[in-house]
Write a protein that binds this ligand. Structure first.
Ligand SMILES: [Zn+2]
Length: 216
């Protein structure tokens, strides 16, 4: 079962990836995580990547793809993999297709968790913090008294990153970057849309209906 997972910030992609990885016993491969692991372990590619990171530059595609290829060669990928955070560009998607072909593990399906912008804005911009370290969410975990911390009575505030305007910019930028990839995989007949507006468990069930077809 070879899967790539897409979803905008706030779609619950990380949660689903974790659940799916447990359920199907396939590794959740986040490129950020394996990149950091390679740097930490000082692998050849990790050292190469580190040079770029230290200069504040993006790690080039050929280094990243090498790291992914090595990761996919590990024994826990025998039953499949769940790739998250990669590819981000069309050249990366082409490079990925190349190595997957080479190692005989082509993609079965690309899942895109769809959630309307308004819903994402509601989910992502509802967070409020208190100086004491508590955090709240207007919808999911509201304080008893609006704007006031339950545990210390302090005034709640919103971090800049959680403000609606910033969230909308983030979503717009995600969409601009990701849409070409969605189209790319749709053209290859690999794309399946998942309605991410439902609750976590319903979304998980819907994904299972798709992925169960690929269980060996
Ligand atoms: Zn507080």
């Amino acid at each position: 079962m070879n899967v790539v997972l897409f979803g905008p910030p706030g779609a619950g992609k990380g949660t689903q990836a974790k659940e799916l990885s447990n359920y199907y016993d396939i590794p959740h491969i986040s490129t950020g995580d394996i990149l950091r692991a390679n740097v930490k372990e000082g692998t050849k590619l990790g050292k190469e990547a580190e040079q770029y990171m230290n200069r504040g530059e993006l790690v080039p595609d050929e280094v990243l793809i090498g790291i992914i290829k090595n990761r996919l060669a590990e024994p826990d990928c025998k039953k499949g993999y769940l790739l998250d955070g990669y590819p981000r560009t069309i050249p990366q998607a082409d490079a990925l297709a190349g190595i997957l072909e080479e190692i005989g593990m082509p993609l079965d399906v690309v899942l895109n968790i769809d959630v309307p912008d308004e819903e994402l804005v509601g989910r992502l911009s509802g967070r409020y913090m208190c100086k004491c370290g508590e955090s709240y969410h207007i919808r999911f975990n509201p304080p008893q008294k609006e704007g006031i911390c339950d545990s210390c009575g302090g005034q709640l505030y919103q971090r800049d990153d959680d403000k609606e305007e910033v969230i909308r910019q983030r979503l717009e930028s995600y969409k601009n970057k990701t849409q070409p990839l969605i189209d790319y995989y749709a053209n290859k007949n690999l794309l399946v849309h998942i309605n991410g507006e439902k609750g976590i468990n319903s979304v998980f069930d819907d994904i299972r209906v798709v992925l169960d077809k690929y269980v060996n």
